[in-house]
Design a protein around this ligand. Structure first.
Ligand code: COA
Length: 218
């Protein structure tokens, strides 16, 4: 994810040891005793990466707990994000004075069924994707971007977004995207200056689709 975020955002990508790393007591309490092995593995890699990202900002190894809505709870003055999928996990953190919010997402690069595609993409997005070069599952790219957008939006605004509440425009050559948020969601936001648009970068290889965005100050 280092390639997708500005240089002052600290990024950590999990190595092989991190999936069985050590959780701090407060983090272990969030995971609970009943978590399945796969969930324990993902959560652990995310927390190890989160603390490494904090260290990259020059901050101590504070626990990164989970809110009841599952969003990660970063230390005061920090914004950040976590993603995990199969053998890939990453976390990013930034000083809240520099960025209002940060989001990122990684997905397996595979085709989506027509039903899932329609649930994710607006009709006008599907029409645009049909004109892009073959060999990439573009609906998966849009899916990843919308998950990233939600991870930027939700910690800042606190409200839900449907997949059809975001209109994604891709620049496949530049590896960038812009997203317009539905005006009804922006107008109903219970915070001042909710973002009406969120821009970021994406990357695709044979295995993974990745996307990330860091929202600059107002
Ligand atoms: C929250 C959500 C985006 C997570 O994405 P995912 O692809 O399932 O999973 P990822 O591995 O990429 O991310 C999981 C991490 O996201 C973080 N996360 C969970 N809820 C979050 C929220 N509300 N806000 C920000 N981050 C959140 C957590 O750190 C979680 O990992 P953890 O439980 O180990 O701490 C997804 O489950 C979801 O609810 N999506 C529906 C909403 C949406 O995307 N709408 C589209 C709007 S355009």
């Amino acid at each position: 994810m280092r390639d997708l975020l500005p240089p002052t955002v600290a990024v950590a990508v999990a190595g092989p040891q991190d999936w069985s790393g050590v959780l701090l007591p407060a983090e272990r309490a969030c995971l609970g005793d009943q978590a399945a092995a796969s969930r324990r593995r993902d959560f652990t890699a995310g927390r190890v990466c989160a603390r490494r990202a904090l260290a990259g900002l020059g901050l101590p190894a504070t626990p990164v707990t989970s809110a009841p809505d599952r969003s990660p709870v970063w230390p005061a003055g920090v914004v950040g994000t976590i993603t995990h999928t199969r053998d890939y996990c990453a976390a990013a953190a930034a000083h809240a004075a520099e960025f209002r919010s940060v989001g990122m997402d990684a997905e397996q690069h595979r085709d989506l069924t027509p039903r899932v595609r329609r649930a994710i993409c607006l009709p006008e997005e599907e029409a645009e994707l049909g004109r892009l070069p073959a060999g990439v599952s573009w609906p998966t790219v849009v899916f990843s971007i919308k998950e990233t957008v939600y991870k930027v939006w939700h910690p800042l605004v606190g409200t839900w977004l449907d997949f059809h509440d975001a209109r994604v425009t891709l620049d496949p050559d530049a590896g960038t995207f812009t997203t317009q948020i539905a005006p009804r969601r922006v107008d109903a936001a219970p915070v001042p200056d909710p973002p009406a648009s969120i821009a970021g970068r994406f990357a695709v290889d044979a295995a993974l689709v990745r996307s990330a965005a860091a929202l600059p100050p107002r």
